[in-house]
Every structure is written in structure tokens, then in C-alpha cells.
Ligand binder design. Sequence first.
Ligand code: CU
Length: 265
Amino acid sequence: MKFKSLAALLATSATLLSPVAASAHFLLHYTDSSLIERPGDVPVGLIFWHPMANGHAMDMGKPEEFYMIHNGEKTDLSDRLQPATFKGAENESAAYTASIPVKRSGDYVVVTVPAPYYEESEDIYIQQITKSVLNRNTLPTDWDQPVGLPTEILPLNKPYNVIVGSTFSGQVLADGKPVAGAEIEIEFMASEPDLETFATTDPTTGEMPGGAIVAISDANGVFTFGIPKAGYWGFAALGSGPATEHEGKELSQDAVIWIEATDLK
Ligand SMILES: [Cu+2]
């Protein structure tokens, strides 16, 4: 971890004290790798967090849905969800562990539809419908197909095989139609969780001095971002979903996708 300047440290503490955090909320699907070498149950952590800041972690309710799609076939995995306490750098939070049964070659699109989370500082609910893609034996089967979620980001580059220095594009969809002008927040998973201890690790980077990294989707709902660093990158289209209210309050129904970038050898 790099030492920050005093000004940066002061700015960070000011951010923490302000009612609305500058860094972005992200629901994580964390696996040690997206590429699965041996068949079996792949451990995954579901954590609602500020991953680029290695910051505050939020309590999750039991997800409404948790499943995978392989060869176009949906398999419910909700009976694999186990409540777990995630140990973040700032606090502990209610999170989940699970596993993905990877057997045959191909893609495994993992989907979480979380319970809406009440964000007190903004008096709104947030529901981040999250996707990630695992692959075995490089056989592409499902990654480029929409799942059919209320809102989702359709990857336009293979999400588990993005080269550092290239770009990643996605298309924001709501009810299957492109969302123009969507605000997409982008974060790097600065601290990859340790799934054995279910705790954060030392961050490899931190937040940007200019705040959240943001892209806006074009008329076709498409955005592109250049990938500067190996690891996991998350993209969250804010409020792109059709549901706008939950229990009488405003709901931000977001679409999240995680991709894994690798250095060219
Ligand atoms: Cu936040």
C-alpha cells in the first residue's frame, strides 16, 4: 500500500464523516479466479461493500434469488447460501458465502438478486442485481447472452478474459431494452477478500482523487472503459432498473457486472 499525502488523508476522513459516502456501493461476487481449472464446488463470497476504498461494508438481507446459468439452463443455488460475517477494514457486516457447482466445460453466469438495502443517509432503498461469469476450459457458452433480468449489463467483451490495456464494453439493459444515458460507476476491487477467513486483505490501490469513476451509456446503452490494472473490475449502472419504489420509498434498482482483467504474458 502506498503512503498517502496528509492532504489526501484529510480528504479521506472528511469523506468518511460526510453523510453521503463518495465511493460507490457494490455487491461483490468474489471467487479466487474466474477461470476454474478443476471441476467441483467453487467457493464464492457475496459482500455488499465499497471495494475500491476498502471501506464500509453494509449488512445484507437474504438474497431474493441466487442462481447460475450454464448452457442456457438455470439452476437455483439459493440452498447453498450461508450467512457469514465479513470482516472489513472499517467494520463487520452481514454477508453470505456459497458455492458454484462447476462440472462441465463452458460458462457459468452467476446471478444474485439481493434484498433491497435501506440506505439511511439517503432515505432510499438500493437493489444491485449482480452478475459475474466463471469459465471452465475456455469454452464460451453463455457469457454473451442476456439473462433476462429486470436490469443487467450485457458484456460486449468476454468478461473473464479482458487484457490489461484493452477496453471493456457493456450494454445496459432494462427489460431487455438498451438504456441510453445511464450513469455507470466503475470500481476496482482494491482488496480481494480472503474466503478462508472471510476478511479483507491489504489494498493494492485506493480511491481516485476525483471521486467516483463514471461512464455514461450512449444512445444504444453502450459504454466503454479502458482497463489499466489486472484484477476484478465492477460496473454498476445506477437506477437503470424498472422498479423505482420499495415499501413506500425510492428504490435505486442497479445492474452490476464483475469482470476479471489479466496482464498480457
Ligand atoms: Cu456507499
